[in-house]
Write a protein that binds this ligand. Structure first.
Ligand SMILES: Nc1ccn([C@@H]2O[C@H](COP(=O)(O)OP(=O)(O)OP(=O)(O)O)[C@@H](O)[C@H]2O)c(=O)n1
Ligand SMILES: O=C(CO)[C@H](O)[C@H](O)COP(=O)(O)O
Length: 263
């Protein structure tokens, strides 16, 4: 069994033990973009991935960020059943040529699992998972995540926490607080060998799929893979609230000048 494969009975390898570190992506890579959510936290009717800026929906900008990368083969976009026609229309209208559209599930994990299953015949070396509502990801960072995923089995973007995380009692009082310097926010893109992500999902329980929020955790829990964590740029942030839609619109309309400002 090679490093990066999923063996739940094996203790994790020491990092970098006996592995060959590639410096460019010269193996098959596919992408899963979960876009099956409703965007409840925006308080808007239209799911955020379908909001348009300069007459183009947000999801199309995200797809474009991946289609521009020559070493990415296929992009599986996962959408809710009721948005399948709309998504197919977007693919046609904006000429997306690497995209396959598949039906999502009731939670983010279930949607991603459907996307991973859609790649069963391709069996790419690495699968990148990236929230459809993080449109500003760049090739340089995708390449870091992909190479680390191939080497370690799993890799993910992290950012410093902006606030301290505290636990509350059921009565709404402080229970305890975490030491902020020890923790990071987990973001996307994340990368996995196909073997790891498919096994991790196959071994997931209904409870994992219903309540879990972290693919890297599934790889740890079910495949004993400690993901390599790579600090990412602030532009990876996830469009979550209405305010974030306004910020995304400013970046898109302001072009690269704004991106340079927020780096
Ligand atoms: N059943 C679901 C739920 C979420 N997602 C996707 O997972 C990504 C990150 O999730 P989040 O920001 O939570 O999106 P929503 O679930 O749409 O937002 P909210 O939680 O506010 O409803 C989004 O691209 C979203 O479309 C998905 O593919 N399938
Ligand atoms: O970046 C992530 C790391 O796993 C996910 O985007 C995040 O966990 C999504 O969670 P939610 O759908 O609850 O916002």
């Amino acid at each position: 069994m090679l490093d990066g494969e999923c063996n739940p009975d094996r203790p994790p390898l020491p990092r970098d033990a006996g592995t060959h570190r590639a410096t460019s992506v010269d193996f098959p890579v596919c992408v899963v973009l979960p876009a099956g959510g409703t965007g409840e936290r925006t308080g808007l009717q239209t799911p955020k991935q379908f909001w348009s800026f300069l007459e183009r929906p947000l999801i199309s900008y995200t797809i474009d960020a991946f289609e521009r990368v020559s070493w990415i083969q296929d992009v599986v976009v996962v959408v809710a059943k009721e948005n399948l026609d709309q998504m197919s229309g977007i693919v046609q209208r904006f000429g997306h040529r690497k995209v396959r559209v598949v039906t999502g599930g009731s939670t983010r994990h279930r949607s991603i699992y459907n996307g991973v299953q859609a790649l069963a015949e391709d069996r790419p070396e690495v699968v990148i998972i990236h929230d459809a509502v993080r449109p500003f990801v760049e090739e340089d960072f995708l390449s870091k995540i992909t190479l680390a995923a191939k080497e370690h089995g799993a890799a993910g973007a992290i950012r410093p926490l902006v606030s301290t995380v505290i636990a509350t009692t059921s009565e709404g009082f402080l229970d305890h607080s975490l030491e902020r310097a020890k923790y990071r926010a987990s973001e996307t893109p994340q990368g996995f060998t196909y073997e790891v992500i498919s096994q991790a999902y196959q071994r997931s329980s209904e409870s994992d799929l219903e309540f879990g929020t972290e693919c890297l955790h599934l790889a740890l829990q079910h495949c004993h893979i400690n993901a390599k964590l790579i600090p990412g740029p602030p532009t990876l942030w996830k469009v979550t609230y209405r305010w974030d839609l306004a910020a995304a619109g400013s970046i898109i309309k302001g072009g690269s000048r704004f991106c340079t400002f927020v780096q």
